[in-house]
Design a protein around this ligand. Structure first.
Ligand code: SGN
Ligand code: CA
Length: 525
């Protein structure tokens, strides 16, 4: 490991010392060259991460990142869906600018400017391993090895840079990590800094566990969220969705209650996915889910009993998948520690969006409500960055691109819409000047889960949302008095002033980000 980390360690990881010693080197070498390890999961939500929420699970390795570094408490996405979120991250731009507004009809235009391309121009090596989900093949990476579409949990296929599809043996979270460690250890050029993007499938639907965790959490009963039996009063779009744990979870596909010969709407997907297991794996799997299924069908629970049964199954399976993920994040941290790379590396852990764990009765994401507007974000900072603990400034996934570019010493093009987070991270105190609101726009409708199109603004205390297309409804929430967003106060007496202020803010954001939707729904103040 004779490489830049040794230079960094020689300098004691100290910025002033590094600057002094590097003074004699050419311009680009004068800035310490930090590596970036960006780990992104799929559908992992802050409620299921113990450094954010202690009610449900323990995630000791994810918490290591937060404990040694920072934990963002107001970390948002721009469009709560996989492909769009990934496109925002890669470009630093909102969906209407990067062109990938929804999973169903989107094809990412890989000829556009992206952060990995700019990192390469700045001398970085770039690699991405795991879920990609942007339809076109990756551009801007020196190395990539991705899973087709959503990928598979068991013995998954990977697409290679030669565009071959290769079936691998094992559980996807382990394989993605093996490949990532292998790239860092054997495949990269150690004379140059790197940016490695580790993109997991975990914990996407339908939450299929690794063999060694098949029985984990089976003796745990998870508390029901207080909004589980939400009646959606005053929130018409919330009432129209199809992502209700009770009504919309498929008993075979989602909760895995299957006996041979049974069918359901999504059972073909389920049989295809579990059909990838080896015979030995299938026997192990059936030994756990078989007896559970027989007990379920002999009992035939109904009404609330069935709803809560589905909720428990959902929580348990999701938590099992998360256990493998947490182990594998630990492997990456251990590798960086053992190779002496931690002081020269920014480690980022996030998800493509948050998720509902039964809140409002839901699974899935999409809505601008808190659980899915939020996404977990923790970072372990390289030497020279002093911020620690909770970071309460509002950040968004369009900010990652400019952050990484600034860290690489590369210019941040003016058309990037996000803001570098480095000013928040340098000193151990809140930033003096920061953004006061974030903009959100969701497009995928009509589509699976039937969440209507909407855009909106969130400030520190309030949220204003406009649902449009085949509906025209506004929602306003006071997050201070109503953190679970059960009371839409839009149009209520006494809200005139705050509504006007939020409309002004929304108008300003739509202008700043140049969202063409403002021509269709001009805001007149
Ligand atoms: C699949 C899932 C949906 C999920 C989307 C998008 N259905 O279509 O439940 O909302 O992915 O998820 S499934 O029957 O195929 O499991 S995303 O994270 O990729 O955006
Ligand atoms: Ca996702």
């Amino acid at each position: 490991m004779r490489e830049n980390e040794n230079m960094w360690r020689m300098l004691g990881g100290s910025l002033p010392l590094a600057a002094m010693v590097l003074g004699a080197l050419p311009a680009r070498a004068q800035q310490p060259r930090y590596n970036i390890v960006y780990i992104m999961t799929d559908d992992h939500t802050a409620q299921m991460m113990s450094c954010y929420d202690r009610r449900y699970v323990e995630t000791p390795n994810l918490d290591r990142i937060a404990n040694d570094g920072v934990r963002f408490t107001r970390s948002f996405v721009a469009n709560s869906l996989s492909g769009p979120s990934r496109a925002c991250m890669l470009t630093g731009k909102h969906s209407h600018k990067n062109g990938f507004t929804n999973n169903e009809h989107g094809v990412f235009d890989g000829t556009q400017q992206t952060m990995p391309k700019l990192m390469r121009q700045a001398g970085y090596q770039t690699a991405i391993i795991g879920k990609w989900h942007l339809v076109s093949l990756p551009t801007g990476f020196d190395y990539w090895n991705i899973v087709p579409e959503q990928g598979d949990y068991y013995n998954p296929d990977f697409i290679t840079m030669k565009n071959d599809t290769v079936r691998e043996t094992g559980y996807i979270t382990n394989i993605i990590t093996d490949k990532s460690l292998d790239w860092m250890e054997h495949r990269r050029d150690r004379s140059r800094p790197f940016a490695l993007f580790i993109h997991h499938k975990a914990c996407h639907r339908c939450w299929l566990p690794e063999m060694k965790y098949l029985t984990a959490y089976e003796d745990k009963t998870f508390p029901l969220p207080e909004t589980f039996y939400d009646d959606y009063a005053g929130r018409e779009a919330a009432a129209a969705q199809e992502m209700n744990v009770d009504r919309d979870m498929d008993i075979i596909y989602d909760t895995k209650m299957y006996l041979p010969g049974m069918t359901s709407r999504l059972s073909p997907n389920y049989l295809r996915m579990i059909g990838r297991m080896t015979v030995a794996e299938q026997l192990q799997y059936d030994a756990v889910y078989g007896p559970m299924s027989r007990a379920f069908y002999s009992k035939q629970p109904k009404g609330r009993e069935l709803a809560e049964f589905k909720y428990q199954r959902y929580m348990r399976d999701y938590a099992k998948v998360l256990k493998s993920l947490d182990d594998n994040v630990g492997r990456v941290l251990d590798y960086l520690r053992d190779r002496g790379l931690l002081d020269s590396t920014l480690v980022v852990y996030t998800s493509d969006q948050g998720f509902y764990m039964g809140e409002h009765g839901w699974f899935d994401k999409r809505f601008m409500y808190e659980e899915s507007l939020n996404t977990p974000l923790v970072m372990r900072l390289p030497a020279g960055f002093e911020r620690r603990g909770a970071v309460d400034e509002m950040v968004q996934n369009i900010d990652y691109a400019p952050t990484f570019l600034e860290l690489a010493g590369a210019p941040v093009p003016a058309d990037i819409q996000g803001r570098s987070l480095l000013p928040l991270l340098k000193k151990n105190k809140p930033a003096k000047k920061w953004r006061r609101s974030v903009y959100y726009h969701f497009y995928e409708y009509p589509a699976e889960h039937m969440v209507k199109r909407h855009y909106g603004v969130r400030t520190d205390r309030y949220k204003l949302i406009h649902f449009y297309n085949d509906i025209d409804r506004w929602e306003l929430f006071d997050l201070q008095t109503d953190p679970t967003e059960m009371k839409n106060i839009y149009g209520q007496p006494g809200t005139e002033k705050i509504t006007r202020e939020l409309l002004k803010e929304l108008k300003q954001l739509q202008e700043e980000y140049d969202d063409p939707i403002r021509e269709r729904f001009p805001i007149r103040l």
